[in-house]
Design a protein around this ligand. Structure first.
Ligand SMILES: C[S@@+](CC[C@H](N)C(=O)[O-])C[C@H]1O[C@@H](n2cnc3c(N)ncnc32)[C@H](O)[C@@H]1O
Length: 401
């Protein structure tokens, strides 16, 4: 095969920097009659295209090209063409092992880079025992491997724990939490919940860190940090502490006409199109529910309702016909035109935020709403809003005491 057809795939090859001096030295040696051992390559396919990538011997390959020679022996790691996505981790490992073994030995920074990519490519339940596994794979001590990847492994576990804790606060069962977060079973969740320590956040908060800084430092989301910091507070204190003058939500609105100048970006995915202002939901929760109540959002979109529930200490079950659009684990797939899932039944408050763009076809929209309301078995809309049709109608299932 032509040496020029062999490429270096940066997703796989472990060296981030190539030594031009080494290539120069090898090329000089070749011109003086030296010959080098074979290089290791592999045929892979990516997006339907086949290519030959180098796994080991990039300096040798470049030196042969520089010296204008083509007698370099090429060995294939596997005879068949391998699918890149499927074989990515294995190809990274083989390439790293070879590059550690001889020639210009792989630098510590490159080994760190490669092992971190392997950590990032694993699902969370593939991280159990990974430090020992990587240490054995690359022939280094566990202590050394822990220095390279320990912090990242812990960071990924911490964000998994945070997702689990968030779901726990929202009222999910331990079985359900295990299912979506990658814990092996409910026992793992239960153990984690026992050691999840909110006091640390309280200490950081009283020592002057802002909730935003705490969230950033621990790789958590802000509503979760707030939920922990606000533990034991009543609704008014929650408004006072969480509220922000810029978003006009430092206290609940007393009239039923609410106007906010800008949405509170801490609630819900800011990038989700057509999301609610979180301040609206805080006020709805204040008026129509109490702490510990179960709130259901059948069309949760970017999850504003869920985040507001965390801040206001309400449990929450959220659904959407297309939950992947928001990539949130706390929204389950469900069509609002079908019967509510069992865990949502008997809830205290339902918040409906409809796909309003469908209003362009008004009759279609009203039919859609009828279907949704039929399955919810709601009471009639309040008398004071006869003109609002179903749009923006919030069902008051329980009155605020
Ligand atoms: C206006 S958005 C909700 C935004 C959300 N309240 C927020 O603040 O992020 C309407 C949502 O309804 C969802 N949806 C549309 N038809 C649905 C259906 N039949 N069942 C459940 N969800 C539906 C859409 O996927 C969209 O996410």
């Amino acid at each position: 095969m032509k040496l020029a057809d062999i490429i270096k795939d940066p997703d796989i090859y472990p060296r981030t920097q190539i030594s031009h001096q080494t290539i120069e030295n090898y090329a000089e040696a070749l011109k003086a009659g030296a010959r080098f051992p074979s290089i290791l390559v592999q045929n892979i396919s990516e997006d339907g295209k086949a290519k030959t990538i180098i796994l080991d011997g990039f300096h040798r390959l470049e030196a042969y090209k520089k010296a204008g020679l083509d007698g370099l022996e090429v060995t294939h790691w596997r005879d068949e063409i391998l699918d890149k996505a499927e074989w990515l981790e294995k190809l990274r490992i083989v390439s790293t092992q070879c590059n550690l073994a001889h020639g210009d030995r792989l630098r510590e920074r490159d080994l760190e880079f490669q092992t971190l990519r392997i950590v990032a490519g694993r699902p969370i339940n593939g991280l159990v025992g990974i430090i020992k596994e990587m240490a054995d794979t690359f022939g280094v001590s566990e202590g050394y491997m822990s220095q390279l990847i320990g912090a990242e492994v812990n960071r990924r576990k911490a964000s998994r724990d945070a997702v689990a804790y968030r779901l726990h606060l929202l009222g999910w069962t331990q079985e359900e939490i295990a299912e979506v977060t990658g814990f092996a079973d409910r026992t793992g969740v239960s153990k984690m919940l026992k050691i999840f320590d909110g006091k640390l956040f309280q200490q950081e908060y009283t020592s002057g860190l802002t909730p935003e800084q705490i969230a950033q430092y621990h790789n958590l989301d802000q509503p979760l940090v707030w939920a922990i910091l606000l533990g034991g507070k009543d609704d008014i204190d929650r408004f006072k502490l969480f509220g922000n003058e810029n978003y006009g939500n430092t206290q609940p609105r007393m009239s039923d006409f609410w106007k906010f100048n800008q949405r509170d970006p801490r609630l819900g995915l800011a990038t989700f199109p057509r999301n609610l202002y979180g301040q609206e939901v805080l006020n709805i929760l204040y008026r129509y529910s109490k702490q510990g109540d179960l709130v259901v959002d059948p069309m949760a979109g970017g999850g504003v309702t869920i985040d507001a529930c965390l801040v206001m200490n309400r449990r929450c079950r959220a659904y959407d016909i297309a939950p992947t659009k928001s990539e949130r684990k706390d929204i389950k797939q469900h069509d609002a035109r079908e019967e509510l899932p069992p865990r949502a039944k008997g809830c205290d408050l339902i918040i409906l935020d409809l796909p309003y763009y469908k209003k362009k076809d008004e009759q279609g929209f009203l039919n859609f709403m009828d279907e949704v309301l039929d399955v919810l078995e709601l009471p009639e809309p309040p008398e004071h809003s006869p003109n609002c049709q179903w749009c923006g109608y919030i069902s008051r299932l329980t009155e605020r005491a």
